[in-house]
Design a protein around this ligand. Sequence first.
Ligand SMILES: [Zn+2]
Length: 336
Amino acid sequence: MVSPVLSVVYSPVFLEHRPPSYHPENPSRLLTAIKALERLGLWEPREPEPVDPEELLKVHERGYVERVREASVRHSHLDPDTYVSPGTWDAALTAFGAVREAVNLALKKEGLHLALVRPPGHHAGRSGRAFNAPSLGFCIFNNAAYAAKLAEEVAGRVLIIDFDAHHGNGTQEILWNDDKAVHIDLHERYIYPWSGYEYEVGGKGAEGTKINLPMPHHAGDDEYIYAWNEIVLPILAQFKPKLVVISAGFDGFLEESLTTLRLSELFFTYAGSTLSRYPLAVVLEGGYSVGLDRGLPAFINGYLSGEIHEVPVRPSYEALRTVARVKEIQSEWWEF
Ligand SMILES: [Zn+2]
């Protein structure tokens, strides 16, 4: 039986966003996640409605939205990394619908509400590519930024935590001047999309609302749990959000091949457990193989168990330095 504190919002329409040939961001990702949830007895999806295309304008420029709509009448590429197909438009509108439902559920009741969606979104900026990024990085419309905007309309403010292995540059760009949206982002430094450094703290009037943790290459559970304890948990305790939006990417899992990160169930379980007091709207980002098979269920299990097991850690010198630098910069707005 599915737990009363878990909902999964999913539509088979998400499988219709299809690459023209082999691509890591493909429909089988969701099938991997579904199998993992089935294994836990947690697969009982709710089917979302697509949103009206006007909803996309909450986070994107009309010109970009039209460009995607026109391109996706056939198989084509928005850039060398990012494809569209005849199913993309409907999948993207339905993904926003799933996000809206997850946020509404999280605003109404306790629990973890997962929007199990494709295409992913956190690299998509207001008009496409964000900051210095060379591409959209497989993303079409920014699901997490939309979740943040919806949550803000009702709750007045929102916390977003992005633990995808890559920086959520699109989310950061869209929310850059928004002082009601606190965005904490842990990711591997010096890789795509080449942003998300410690000194990126938010635009004028919103300084201190963007918190970047650019983790060293090869960082694993010790480094991530350390950063989580030292930065994420203190901000969570001080901000006291009504709900938390999670940009949930599992591509930092050991043996996922896109980065050098070495995370395991230990980090994802721990992270989930520390969030169990908060309603969550969880939006799927990256994760291409083992991360979805093992990281996603670990995060959900940690949340549902609600038991925080302290984990002794020995972070690398580089991670200690990164966290110290973040504290030094952010202590103007937060206490650590
Ligand atoms: Zn990623």
